[in-house]
Design a protein. Structure first.
Length: 254
């Protein structure tokens, strides 16, 4: 894997533009960021790693007059862990902090399960519909949504794992394409739709592999680099002083 700073810079700038199109922050708006996930499991540690690199200012904005704040919005963040570590639903922690802080927007960062192997750490998903932690790996928890918190919730997700069954499904698709000229094999598989194929694969793999998830062997490096990109992009999106046209975002990707 080769690191490319120009590519990171381009991804960060694109993210900032899309984020600003999704949510319009006022100069005095307060942002609460939740880095979801288990910091003890590398593929699930993206959220906590991003939070650890954000420019946190909520404890400072109240001490400085507006003219000295320098275009820095009030930002607070927390990495609430997972229920297996805390014994508390993640949504309960986020709701408690939100009720106390009364932020204008909540931003949740989480690792996702990919629908395709080629999506792993090559896609950043943005949504304004909230997030349901653990749903991608069959561990559904209470959702973190606007209906739950009473404020807009922006979800930022990056696929870091993929189901073994998904890899098997993609392998079959490649085989179908390769053996297209072998009529009997091709006709049998061609008549099955995508969901039928997935169902068959799950039925075959479930007894031995269960819900096996797969992640790249370089996941520790990939998570580190992606967390830098997201943290730099979010810092630029949150704080007007970090101007994309005048500042080099790599300054915030150290």
């Amino acid at each position: 894997m080769k690191r490319s700073r120009p590519v990171q810079e381009e991804v960060a700038q694109t993210f900032v533009r899309e984020f600003n199109n999704l949510v319009r922050l006022g100069d005095d708006d307060e942002v609460f960021v939740a880095g979801l996930g288990n910091w003890q499991a590398t593929p699930d540690s993206l959220g906590p790693r991003v939070v650890g690199q954000l420019l946190i200012t909520r404890h400072l904005t109240g001490l400085l007059p507006p003219e000295l704040r320098g275009g820095l919005r009030s930002v607070a963040a927390v990495a609430p862990g997972v229920m297996g570590l805390t014994g508390i639903e993640t949504s309960e922690i986020i709701l408690a902090v939100t009720n106390r802080m009364r932020p204008d927007v909540v931003v949740c960062i989480d690792a996702l399960a990919a629908r395709s192997a080629e999506r792993i750490l090559t896609t950043i998903q943005l949504a304004d519909t909230g997030i349901h932690p653990g749903s991608g790996v069959g561990n559904k928890r209470v959702g973190i949504t606007r209906e739950c918190l009473g404020v807009p919730v922006i979800a930022v997700g990056v696929p870091t794992v993929v189901h073994a069954a998904t890899i098997a499904h993609e392998t079959i698709e490649l085989l179908v394409d390769k053996f297209r000229n072998r009529a009997q094999f091709y006709e049998i598989v061609r008549e099955m739709d995508a969901e039928d194929k997935r169902g068959l694969i799950n039925e075959v793999l479930a007894p031995s592999l269960g819900d096996l998830m797969v992640t790249p062997k370089e996941i520790d490096v990939l998570i580190l680099e992606m967390s830098k990109v997201l943290a730099g992009a979010l810092n630029a999106a949150f704080h007007p002083k970090i101007d994309l046209e005048c500042q080099d975002l790599t300054e915030y990707l150290q």
